[in-house]
Design a protein around this ligand. Structure first.
Ligand code: PBG
Length: 324
């Protein structure tokens, strides 16, 4: 046979494959989620997230130093709030000396150039485990936006570089942007969880923060996973309201949405490979059913291929170790 074009020529050796490879993973791609708890000398493994931990502030310092030394230069902070500080209004979220505010300062103290992003939503602070204020069983939108804006300001005042609203209230990006602007925090960025679906993949995360909803579910604010066009509507509105970076969440089952969004926007697009995705791979690998490292890399490359510029992932350290 004479064939002018043989696609396999470009696959004959690793040298040629790596030369023509379209997408790669580097430490620069990652945003590392960190779970913070009160106390001292606490490093607790999260039951449904093997190999992932909650840290008290003293041990958080070592972890952050290690990340920085590995070339991981951006973190996304979450806090586990003691039950006695939870209420319906998320009052503790605004405490200038609260756990989140202290965590921001702790990270900046040990790694001043580390990019610090903070989760903005009421669920870890809410006695109902919901992302906003509850009235008559409904999560009320506008009063929640007002608290989220104040919460964002408080994080900015503590030194956060970016706030990351994950609540899915309407108009929260505008409310946050306006307050940050009016208070002089013009360079504090917003990474919006723009297309965030109501997903059962968040289960292990809610164990990590003890933040599962006390009643009902999150379907009146997070998106219906049957919808595709809605992701574009949400994302474009967030950009109009001032989002600097937009996000699709979860990752694995939403690559179509990631591609749609990255084609539709001119701002950086992040994807969140969520806790359930991490748990699935860890569990299958533990049983010897899947090759952990191979699947991890295949999935992360898939995010890049689908258009992600930034990947929030619990695998960040595993990947950097693997890349050597
Ligand atoms: C809080 C928040 C959640 C996640 C990130 N921010 C949980 C939720 O919305 O219920 C999930 C992250 C993960 O599963 O890894 N609003």
């Amino acid at each position: 046979m004479y064939q002018l074009r043989r696609n396999r020529r470009l696959r004959t050796t690793e040298a040629i494959r790596s030369l023509v490879r379209e997408h790669t993973i580097t430490p620069n791609d990652f945003l590392v989620p960190l779970f913070v708890v009160e106390g001292t000398n606490v490093k607790q493994e999260i039951l449904s997230m093997p190999g992932y931990y909650r840290y008290s502030l003293d041990l958080l310092k070592n972890e952050v130093k290690e990340l920085w030394a590995m070339g991981l230069k951006a973190v996304l902070l979450f806090v586990k709030v003691p039950d006695n500080l939870k209420d319906n209004q998320g009052t503790e979220a605004l405490n200038a000396d609260g756990l989140m505010q202290r965590a921001i300062k702790t990270v900046k103290e040990v790694a001043p150039e580390m990019l610090v992003m903070t989760d903005v939503a009421l669920d870890p602070y809410s006695s109902y485990g919901h992302d906003g204020i509850v009235e008559d069983g409904y999560i009320v939108n506008d009063p929640t936006c007002a608290v989220l804006a104040k919460m964002s300001l408080s994080h900015a005042q503590a030194g956060a570089d970016f706030v990351a609203p994950s609540d899915m209230m309407d108009g929260r990006i505008l409310a946050i942007r306006e307050l940050l602007e009016s208070e002089g925090y013009k360079n504090t960025g917003i990474m919006s969880y723009s297309a965030k679906y109501a997903s059962a993949f968040y289960g292990p995360f809610r164990d990590a923060l003890d933040s599962a909803p006390g009643f009902g579910d999150k379907k009146t604010y997070q998106m219906d996973f049957a919808n595709r066009d809605e992701a574009i509507k949400e994302t474009l509105m967030d950009i109009d309201e001032g989002a600097d970076i937009v996000m699709v969440k979860p990752g694995l089952a939403y690559l179509d949405i990631l591609r749609d969004v990255s084609d539709a926007v001119d701002v950086p697009v992040a994807v969140y490979q969520v806790s359930g995705e991490y748990a699935m791979l860890k569990a299958a690998a533990e049983k010897g059913w899947l090759d952990h490292d191979a699947i991890m890399m295949e999935q992360l490359i898939a995010f890049k291929r689908a258009g992600a510029n930034i990947i929030a992932s619990y695998f960040a350290k595993d990947v950097v170790r693997l890349l050597g």
